[in-house]
Design a protein around this ligand. Sequence first.
Ligand code: SF4
Length: 397
Amino acid sequence: MPSCRLMRKNKLSGMTNGATARLGWALSCPLSLYVHIPFCVRKCPYCAFYSITASPEDMDKYLDALGQELQLWTSLSGDKLHAQTLYIGGGTPTVLSAKQWEKLILILERYVDFLPFLEASVEANPGSLRADHIRLWRSWKITRVSLGAQSLDEGELNWLRRPHNAYDVADSLAALVASGQDVSVDLLFGLPGQTIQSWHRTIKDCLRFGIRHLSIYELTLEENTPWGENPPKGLTASYPLYRFAQWYLPKRGFTHYEIASFSLPGHWCRHNIAYWQGENFLGIGASAWGYLDGYRYGNVKDIKIYVKKISEGKLAIADEELLPTEQAARESAVLALRTMWGVSGRFFRRRWGWKAYRDFCDTWRGLPEDCKITCHGRYALSPKGFRVANSLWEEFL
Ligand code: SF4
């Protein structure tokens, strides 16, 4: 493989033959596929993801470009891609009409061989989710829907300036669960006026619909967002709310399997687990990221530039690097420690070598005892470790 410097200088089209062959090999093996749909009804004031509002015509052009990007990747592998998991995220994938979804499905079928036992997830937002979407997903391969509810409290949804209300959330949850999909809900905590009681009510109400997965995120104020520049007042301390979820959800049968994720046993998100375990994933679309055998790339964010580059027959890669082994090992440890399975010493040694393993163990020894669990050659964070994880990552990176 070429050096990191060379990789930065030469975008994929300029790679050495050896590097291209190695990528071709990674692309011909089973992988996880991420498809980014960067459109939203409107921009939420705290959102740092790249997403825009767009006309149906621009969305159609974007879908065509997704097909062309897949074609470019398959030309490197010489065959269809083999996906073991698929994740269609955004943005808001449900701003696409049912007709546009049919088009997207045809594109995916053309370039991707979906393996048996596929997990196929899609993100949906209440308010733009329609019965047509659910019917189409049921009749195709979608097995899992992640609903961006954020709250079930009308006051909190208003404050967040979400384009949906609590009734939209309830209607969406009822329809999705009735369709037989594995349903996950995203919730935000740390909002003004949020109390343990209101947080409890929101979680409990979600569970009453029969969901099997819950992701909880602290509201963070990122740079270059309206609220990052001009922070709202009165945010609630998030630590007690997170701690409550850690206490309450296991009582309801949910396993805390990743820092932000809880699920009924066996209903974890396999696509995300593949990412946390450092497996290969291909991201397509504007601002999507991918990782293939140590090669990490990110596509351009701007949709117009993305569509233009792709239509010229070039991949739209803006950043790329070949991770040096030590950095790749450290990053893989941090990703694995996000999950309850943590780092397997034997697997880590085999993959990254003794030197990287010794460095990992040195760092591990320095972590506070109540933040870690070491058992039979496996290293994982304790519930307290999950709560203070951000401060622990600094030790590794
Ligand atoms: S709906 Fe989601 S992706 Fe779209 S602007 Fe709001 S937070 Fe960002």
